[in-house]
Design a protein around this ligand. Structure first.
Ligand SMILES: [Zn+2]
Length: 254
């Protein structure tokens, strides 16, 4: 069946023919690499996903089929419209929480990459009364604040904390507002950026900052947080590309 399809369209039957059309291979490869980076850095485990806005159609986005992040390849990437309907699923199982991505892309025209993770050290800040705040350069962008999204009272049909429909995705996007990060109660977080490198660096920085803040709290004395001015002065987006270079080298196939 597949070979007949390929012959009819006079296209190659290589793995590349199974990926979204009109998307440069480098975009798909980088998105796959982002998953492997975030798995290697302890942000993603067998759950969670990363997306990018389609490079030539702002009303579409790209994210993988349902697969563990460390195993994502370019051939796993599926194209979606902003209502999170798959354009080219071809029978592949999709993530139930894809609405996180579609609804944020609708709400935030400045955002071109979204990370949803269950970042383990971030979750305690979503279920306690201690807000996640900037304590180190890696998390300086948290100086803008990190609101907590709570599903309680939002879906009368389900007690699940997962964002599995457009209404919940829209509510999450509203909680995120103009911020780079929103925590999700008892669940994880969502981190956004103007491009994939920024989103990945911020997702790692959120986990690193949470670890440091938690360690500082455990020392038992008052914690000195960044002031808003210090946070703004310490964020260094130019360093994110250097971070990507390092993280990518750790997951590059030998
Ligand atoms: Zn989730």
């Amino acid at each position: 069946m597949r070979s007949l399809f390929c012959i009819a369209l006079l296209v190659s039957c290589s793995a590349g023919a199974q990926t979204p059309a009109e998307v440069p291979a480098s975009v798909l490869e980088n998105l796959a690499t982002a998953h492997r980076i975030l798995a290697a850095e302890g942000v993603l485990d067998y759950l969670g996903h990363v997306s990018v806005r389609h490079p030539s159609n702002p009303n579409r986005y790209l994210m993988p089929r349902q697969v563990a992040p460390a195993l994502v390849t370019a051939a796993d990437i599926v194209e979606f419209d902003l209502d999170s309907h798959a354009i080219d699923a071809r029978g592949r199982a999709l993530f139930s929480e894809r609405y996180i991505h579609g609804e944020i892309y609708k709400a935030r025209r400045d955002v071109n990459a979204v990370v949803h993770s269950h970042s383990p050290t971030v979750v305690p800040f979503s279920i306690s009364q201690v807000p996640l705040r900037a304590v180190h350069q890696a998390g300086a962008f948290l100086g803008a604040g990190a609101p907590v999204f709570d599903t309680r009272g939002l879906d009368s049909r389900s007690a699940s904390l997962l964002v599995r429909n457009p209404a919940l995705g829209k509510a999450l996007a509203a909680t995120l507002g103009e911020k780079p990060v929103a925590l999700m109660r008892g669940h994880g977080d969502v981190v956004v950026g103007a491009d994939l490198v920024v989103a990945v660096a911020r997702a790692i920085g959120t986990e690193v900052n949470a670890r440091m803040q938690l360690n500082a709290i455990q020392l038992g004395t008052p914690v000195t947080y960044f002031t808003p001015e210090e946070a703004a002065a310490m964020e260094n987006p130019a360093a994110y590309a250097r971070g990507w270079e390092l993280w990518e080298s750790r997951v590059r196939p030998k």
